[in-house]
Each structure stands twice: as structure tokens, then as C-alpha cells.
Design a protein around this ligand. Structure first.
Ligand code: HEC
Length: 247
């Protein structure tokens, strides 16, 4: 009997070890927890921590390529990387508006990310220099999650261009409209692709009196007051074109 019990104990112990080994292993491939945020690391990458004064500073490295992040109040945008050797994109990462940069010539310049409204009052900057496997890093950027991130609102492919300023309808959409409108399905507002062309003009730029009383909080009045002065006719035209495009 005692032999049997001991034997059972051993089996249970071995099982527990095997289970914990397996769970450690699968954790390796899954999201890494950085405390303030989570992120999926490319294969071979590890996280490390640095001493920050007012912020949480650390990085990720595969031994060859490294990126440093700075998470806190004073974290700066990517303007320091703004040379004419860089490309920029503005997009949505898990519901957060993000600016992304990469060098025009792969491996020769900065690969970086900036999120102004990361979590609470904190911003985050990620930056690496002369990164070889840029694709993996851009994929990793897309996986960054904060406690209040909305994982249903995501970019499929970053749309890089030479200016940091929003120019395309897609960028304008992500900056101004994506908080309430999805491209292809209803959210707070109706699906962007389902909106009639003429409505873009009448809901944003038209200044004639509104005949119908507001039935909802984000009605014509809201749209005109919020976007009427910040967006011009060209912007609205681009937004309309984006709503019709299949990207
Ligand atoms: C804070 C939320 C919010 C934001 C941001 C927002 N919208 Fe809306 N939008 C709504 C809601 C809600 C409705 C539906 C309101 C209603 O029917 O009374 C709507 C309706 C519209 C309509 C009319 C649709 C129709 O068929 O009647 C247009 C056009 C529109 N939005 C364009 C935009 C554009 C362009 C942007 C970005 C520049 C934008 N919206 C940003 C919430 C928002």
C-alpha cells in the first residue's frame, strides 16, 4: 500500500512537471507581459529592462537587432526620426492611434512606433536602428496591447508614405472617424462603406440650418462642430473615396 501511494505521488509529481514545462513552452510563443502592456515578440527575441528616471524604459533584442521603448508621460513622438530617409504611417493598433516609421531603404535608418494615448496619461515610443528583419518588428508592433485596448480595431497593413502628415483618406479615417465607425460593419456609427456619398458633405461641411432635431448624441450637429473646421473639402472628398474603396 505505501509503495503504491509513493508510486502515485511520483507519477503526480512527474505529471505536474510535464504540465508546467508545457505551459512554459507555450507561453514562450504567446504574448509577453511587460507590465504596462503586452506584446507578441518575434521568434528569438527577448525583453530587457533599463533604468528609467520618470518612465518605464526597456527593450527587446534578438542579440543582433534591438529596439528600446520608453513608456511614460514624457515619451516623445517620432519627429526626431523625421529625416527624408524615412517613411511614415498612421494607423490603428488594437484601437489606439499609432504613428509608425521605417527607413526608405530597409535596414538603413529607424524602425519605430509612437502611441500618444497609450494608457491613461502615458505615451509610448519604440525605436530601433538599422533593423534587419523589419517585417517581424512591424508585426510585433501590431500586437501591442494596453489594459484598455480594443483588440477588434486593427490595422491589416501599414500604409507608409513620405509625409508624417495625414494625407490619404485611410489615414484621415483612422485619425478622426475610427473611434466610432468601422469600415465594413456598424459600431457606434453606421459602417463607413454603407454611408451615402452626399451625406459626407451634408454631415460635415454644409453650414445651412439643420431642419431635423437631433435624435442622437453624435448626430449632424456633432459632426459639423467636431469636423467642420478641421477638415476641408479635399479631406472630405478623400474620406468619401476611402468609404467606397475596398481597402
Ligand atoms: C464619436 C463618434 C463618432 C465619430 C468620431 C464620427 N462619427 Fe460619424 N456618426 C456617428 C454616429 C453615432 C452616427 C449615426 C448618428 C445618427 O444617425 O443620428 C454617425 C453618422 C455619420 C454619417 C451619416 C450616416 C448616414 O447614413 O446618415 C456620416 C456621413 C458620418 N457619420 C461621417 C463621419 C466621418 C467622416 C467621421 C470622421 C471624420 C465621423 N463620422 C466620425 C458617430 C461618430
Amino acid at each position: 500500500m505505501t509503495y503504491c501511494l509513493n508510486h502515485m505521488k511520483q507519477i503526480v509529481l512527474i505529471l505536474l512537471i510535464v504540465i508546467s514545462l508545457f505551459s512554459c513552452n507555450s507561453n514562450e510563443k504567446r504574448s509577453k507581459d511587460f507590465g504596462a502592456f503586452e506584446m507578441m515578440l518575434p521568434p528569438g527575441y527577448k525583453k530587457f529592462k533599463l533604468q528609467g528616471i520618470d518612465s518605464y524604459v526597456g527593450g527587446i533584442t534578438n542579440g543582433k537587432d534591438s529596439l528600446i521603448f520608453d513608456y511614460g508621460w514624457y515619451s516623445g513622438d517620432l519627429s526626431s526620426a523625421a529625416t527624408n530617409q524615412q517613411l511614415f504611417a498612421i494607423d490603428t493598433i488594437n484601437g489606439k492611434l499609432a504613428e509608425i516609421t521605417r527607413p526608405k531603404i530597409k535596414g538603413k535608418g529607424f524602425t519605430g512606433l509612437y502611441i500618444d494615448k497609450a494608457y491613461k496619461d502615458n505615451k509610448i515610443t519604440f525605436i530601433g536602428f538599422n533593423i534587419e528583419d523589419e517585417e517581424s518588428i512591424l508585426e510585433a508592433f501590431k500586437s501591442i496591447r494596453f489594459p484598455d485596448s480594443d483588440t477588434t480595431i486593427n490595422s491589416i497593413k501599414f500604409d507608409f508614405s513620405i509625409t508624417a502628415a495625414p494625407s490619404s483618406g485611410r489615414k484621415l479615417f483612422h485619425i478622426h472617424c475610427a473611434a466610432c465607425h468601422f469600415k465594413d460593419r456598424n459600431m457606434t456609427g453606421p459602417a463607413f462603406s454603407s454611408i451615402e456619398e452626399s451625406k459626407f458633405y451634408s454631415w460635415i461641411l454644409d453650414t445651412t440650418a439643420i431642419i431635423q432635431p437631433d435624435s442622437t448624441r453624435y448626430s449632424i450637429k456633432y459632426h459639423r462642430e467636431t469636423f467642420g473646421k478641421t477638415l476641408n473639402e479635399i479631406d472630405v472628398q478623400r474620406l468619401m473615396e476611402y468609404s467606397n474603396s475596398d481597402r
